[in-house]
Design a protein around this ligand. Structure first.
Ligand code: RB5
Length: 148
C-alpha cells in the first residue's frame, strides 16, 4: 500500500496522482487534506512518514506548494528518506541510489503530466543496493547519532 498526503495547495494534484496510482492497481491510503483551506503541511507529512517508517505503507508521496516543506518535515521521522523532485531523473536515481521511501512534489512547481512522469520513474525504479548500501547505511548512522 502506498501513502499519499498533501496540504491545501496539493488537493488537485493529489487526486490526479492518486487516480494514476490506482489505475496501475496500487492500493493508496490518503492522509488528506481534502480541503483548500490553509492547512499545516508538517502535520500531514508527519502522519504519512510514520506510516512508512512503521511499515504500514510501503512508500509515500507528499505534495505541498514546493515539495520542500513536506520533505523537510518527513525527513525528521527516523527511517524516512524523503526526496523533493521536480524532474524524473532525480526521482529515479533517488530510489536506485538513495533508497528513497517518500517522494515529494511541488504542486506550484510542476504540472500534472510532469508529476505523473516523476511518479512513474520513481515507482518503477528499484534500489540497487551494492555500493550504495554503505552510503545509505551512513545516513542511518547519522540518524542513530542525532535522533534520540
Ligand atoms: C503554503 O503556502 C506553502 O508554504 C506550502 O505549501 C509549502 O510550499 C511549504 O513548503
Amino acid at each position: 500500500m502506498y501513502a499519499i498526503g498533501n496540504d491545501h495547495t496539493g488537493v488537485d494534484l493529489k487526486e490526479i496522482i492518486k487516480k494514476h496510482l490506482e489505475e496501475k492497481g496500487v492500493e493508496v491510503k490518503d492522509f488528506g487534506t481534502q480541503s483548500r483551506s490553509a492547512s499545516d503541511y508538517p502535520l500531514i507529512a508527519e502522519e504519512l512518514a510514520k506510516s512508512v517508517a512503521s511499515g504500514e505503507c510501503e512508500a509515500g508521496i507528499l505534495i505541498c506548494g514546493t515539495g520542500v516543506g513536506v520533505s523537510i518535515a518527513a525527513n525528521k521521522v527516523k527511517g524516512i528518506r524523503a526526496c523533493c523532485c521536480s524532474e524524473p531523473f532525480s526521482a529515479k536515481l533517488s530510489k536506485m541510489h538513495n533508497d528513497s521511501n517518500v517522494l515529494c512534489i511541488g504542486a506550484r512547481v510542476v504540472g500534472s503530466e510532469l508529476a505523473k512522469m516523476i511518479v512513474d520513474e520513481w515507482f518503477n525504479a528499484e534500489y540497487e543496493g551494492g555500493r550504495h548500501a554503505r552510503r545509505v547505511g551512513m545516513i542511518s548512522d547519522i540518524e542513530e547519532k542525532y535522533m534520540k
